[in-house]
Design a binder for this molecule. Structure first.
Ligand code: DCP
Ligand code: MG
Length: 386
């Protein structure tokens, strides 16, 4: 049970309907160098300038697994790495080339889904709930991707498969290198209970030390805290931590283009309790979104709905389309479809929103619009960056 002010609500519940992958390349820079230089394979490779060559100022970008056995790791000084592993082969980084390889990896992801959120040069989240290959099990999509990267690019990656981003990211780290770990909603609670608090999103080093003083070491200990305790201990991130430790993370996988999006929301008091009201509101919001898109001569390929329930639990669901849309009817069609599949009315809805993203220009209409575009356009679309 959690409390918000004077009100009491049931704990947030796991929503297992999405299929999320977190893909992380293994020893990325070092593996590329080992691929391209067969004489480096099986050897300790350290990606850094040799300390001899730049008076010991360099920093290690990464190291092959063979070098890690000696304690060499990213961000360590090259001099320290040399001390730990004098037989290591120092190879200077070739950044522009690694970016190219990263793009080749991403191209493989896009064969399966366009809902790809890159986190860094070598890792990304993928939402494969509706994948282009229509593969029902996320695990099989993950296997295909891992094999394609291996066969085509001669590189290995590790993949975490789960129903949300938080758990998928934790999972990809479990069986490195060339590993795959699947954490189903059923297994999630046990997995999180044994997880050291150091691994929880949002818990900084100082908090870890403080929590250890309070004999809080793992997820199970963390779960015993009330929502108020979490807020007191962690500030604003306390709400997220309270949810994560219960296996709940509703953040959508966001593509880069989705950062630029046009969305509208409405809040209600009293809350909405009937499908009819919700659906007619979605029609109205779709109309507003469509008008905002028209004003900017944009159309988009991803439709996202957001539903916030009485207890502030927020659900977002999105659908990726092949062709961009802009008409109110079409936006409504996909929004209501998502609502019927994932939403519910009985617990009371306090907010509804629709966002269209993965935007591009509607050519031709630009010309006509520029003639009539108003200068002080006070439309309320927002750049959605959650
Ligand atoms: N990188 C860097 N400096 C750091 C960390 C990373 O230059 N401090 C670069 C080199 C890595 C790449 O980013 O190859 C990816 O970072 P990861 O943390 O994913 O590390 P690796 O892919 O090298 O190893 P792992 O197999 O542990 O993912
Ligand atoms: Mg990596």
């Amino acid at each position: 049970m959690r409390t918000i002010g004077m009100l009491e609500f049931a704990d947030p519940e796991i929503d297992g309907s999405r299929k999320i992958l977190h893909v992380d390349m293994d020893a990325f820079y070092a593996s590329i160098e080992q691929r391209d230089h067969p004489e480096y394979r099986g050897k300790p490779i350290i990606i850094a300038k040799h300390p001899r060559e730049n008076s010991g100022k360099g920093v290690v970008s990464t190291a092959s697994y063979e070098a890690r056995k000696y304690g060499v790791h990213s961000a360590m000084s090259a001099q320290e790495a040399y001390r730990l592993c004098p037989q290591g082969i120092f190879v200077p980084a070739r950044h522009p080339y690694y970016v190219e390889v990263s793009e080749q990896v991403r191209a493989i992801f896009h064969r399966y889904t366009d809902i790809v959120e890159p986190l860094s040069i070598d890792e990304a989240f993928l939402d494969v709930t509706h994948n282009k290959a229509n593969i029902p099990y996320a695990m099989d999509v993950a296997k295909d991707i891992q094999q394609a990267i291996y066969k085509e690019l001669h590189l290995t990656c590790s993949i975490g498969v789960s129903y949300n981003k938080f758990i998928a990211k934790l999972a990809s780290d479990i069986n490195k290198p060339f590993g795959m770990t699947i954490i189903t909603p059923k297994r999630a609670e046990a997995f999180l209970e044994q997880l050291p608090i150091e691994d929880f999103y949002g818990i900084g080093k100082q908090s870890v030390a403080k929590l250890h003083d309070h004999h809080i070491f793992n997820g199970a200990d963390l779960k015993a805290l009330s929502q108020d305790d979490c807020l007191k201990l962690f500030g604003k991130t306390g709400l997220a931590i309270y949810e994560r430790v219960r296996g709940v993370d509703n953040r959508p996988v966001k593509t880069q283009r989705q950062r630029k999006s046009i969305g509208k929301e409405r809040t209600f008091y009293p809350f909405l309790y009937h499908d009819d009201d919700i659906e007619s509101t979605l029609r109205l919001i779709a109309q507003k979104v469509s008008e905002a898109l028209a004003k900017k001569a944009l159309h988009g390929k991803v439709v996202t709905i957001k539903i916030r329930y009485a207890d502030f639990t927020t659900l977002t669901r999105q659908k990726s389309l092949i062709d961009p849309i802009k008409a109110a009817d079409e936006i409504y069609f996909y929004a209501v479809d998502l609502y019927r599949e994932y939403g519910q009315s009985d617990q009371g809805v306090r907010l509804l929103g629709i966002t269209v993203s993965d935007l591009s220009d509607v050519l031709f209409e630009n010309v006509r619009l520029s003639l009539y575009a108003k200068k002080n356009d006070k439309n309320e679309e927002k750049i959605d960056d959650n």
